[in-house]
Design a binder for this molecule. Structure first.
Ligand code: PRP
Length: 292
C-alpha cells in the first residue's frame, strides 16, 4: 500500500455524495492522474505531488482548518453553515444547489413573514437562524440530520429549509418552495497556514492555475468560420476574441477564414449575429483548457 508523503499537498474531497463524481471529473479535467476504487480512502497522483483523501463532507472544514490536509473541496453551503477558519480560494462552478424554504402544497403560507412563530426543520440551523434574524422574524428551528422533507407530513414542522438541486425531492414530497436563502456551488478551501510553507505555496499556486484553466475553458468555445473580407470589421465587433481574432485568406477570392473564442453565455446570440452579417461554414469546438 502506498504511504502518504508530507511533502505532497493533501486535498480532502467528499467520499460519497452529491459532489463526489463531479469533483473527480473536475480533477481529471485539470490533468491530475490518479486511480480511484470504490473502497477509496486516498489516491496518490501520478503526475503531481498531490494526495487526495476521501472523507465525509462535514469533516472537511475541520481537517482543513486544523491542518490535517492543506486544501479541500466542499459545497459553499457548508461554509455558510459552519463558518470554519479556512480561506476560500475559488468557486468551482459545479455542484450547484440552493438552500430553500418550502412549505406543504396545501399550506396557506406564501411568504416568510407568515412563518412567524412556526417550526422549521432543517440540517442547516445556523443558516436558517441567521436568515430569519436578519429579516426580524421569530421562528423555531428543529434540527434534523436527514430526510428533512418528510417532517411536515409527520407533524414535526410547518416548513423545511433544505438543499435543492433538481427540485425533485420537494416535488415528490408535496412541498412548495417559497424563498431561496442562498445559492451554492463547490468551492476550493485552504488551510490558512499552508501558505506559510513556501514549497506548498508554490504547489497550491500551480494547482490553482490548472483549476482556473478548466474553469476558463468551460466558459468559452472555439469558433471558426468563413466570411467575405468586406464584413470583417463588423465580425470583429461581434467577436473581439481574447485580444483579436485570427484571420487567414481563403483560396476563394475576397474570402477569409476567421478563428476566435466566444463566451459560452452569449454563444447563441453571437452565432445568430454572425450568420446575419454573412458568415458561413461556422464550426464551434469545445476548449479543453485555456490559460489566460
Ligand atoms: C439534498 C437534500 C435533498 C436532496 C435534494 O440531500 O437534503 O434530499 O439533496 O435534491 P433534489 O432537489 O435534486 O431532489 P443531499 O443529496 O445533499 O444528501 P443528504 O440527504 O445527505 O443531505
Amino acid at each position: 500500500m502506498k504511504k502518504l508523503n508530507n511533502n505532497n499537498i493533501k486535498l480532502a474531497v467528499q467520499k460519497e455524495g452529491r459532489l463526489t463524481e463531479e469533483t473527480l471529473t473536475f480533477l481529471k479535467a485539470a490533468g491530475f492522474e490518479f486511480e480511484n476504487s470504490k473502497q477509496r480512502l486516498f489516491s496518490v497522483c501520478r503526475n503531481f505531488p498531490l494526495e487526495i483523501l476521501y472523507v465525509r463532507v462535514n469533516d472537511i472544514p475541520d481537517y482543513v482548518s486544523s491542518g490535517v490536509v492543506d486544501i479541500g473541496i466542499i459545497g459553499q453551503n457548508v461554509l455558510y453553515e459552519i463558518r470554519p477558519k479556512v480561506k476560500k480560494l475559488l468557486n468551482l462552478r459545479f455542484g450547484f444547489c440552493s438552500l430553500q424554504l418550502a412549505v406543504p402544497n396545501e399550506s396557506v403560507v406564501r411568504d416568510i413573514a407568515q412563518l412567524k412563530n412556526k417550526k422549521i426543520a432543517t440540517s442547516y440551523p445556523n443558516s436558517v437562524k441567521r436568515y430569519f434574524k436578519k429579516n426580524d422574524i421569530e421562528v423555531e428551528t428543529v434540527l434534523i440530520r436527514g430526510s428533512v422533507e418528510i417532517t411536515p407530513a409527520l407533524g414535526v414542522a410547518d416548513a423545511v429549509a433544505d438543499l435543492v438541486s433538481t427540485g425533485s425531492t420537494l416535488a415528490l414530497n408535496d412541498l412548495r418552495p417559497i424563498m431561496t436563502i442562498y445559492e451554492s456551488d463547490a468551492v476550493l478551501i485552504e488551510n490558512e497556514t499552508s501558505f506559510a510553507d513556501r514549497k506548498k505555496q508554490l504547489l497550491i499556486k500551480k494547482l490553482l492555475t490548472r483549476f482556473k484553466g478548466v474553469l476558463s475553458a468551460k466558459n468559452y468555445k472555439y469558433i471558426m468560420m468563413n466570411a467575405p473580407e468586406d464584413i470583417l470589421p463588423r465580425i470583429k465587433k461581434i467577436i473581439p476574441g481574447l485580444k483579436s481574432p485570427t484571420i487567414a485568406k481563403l483560396g476563394k477570392d475576397g474570402w477569409v477564414s476567421v478563428q476566435s473564442v466566444i463566451k459560452e453565455d452569449v454563444f447563441w446570440e453571437t452565432i445568430e449575429k454572425l450568420k446575419k452579417e454573412g458568415a458561413s461554414g461556422i464550426i464551434v469546438l469545445p476548449i479543453e483548457k485555456m490559460m489566460i
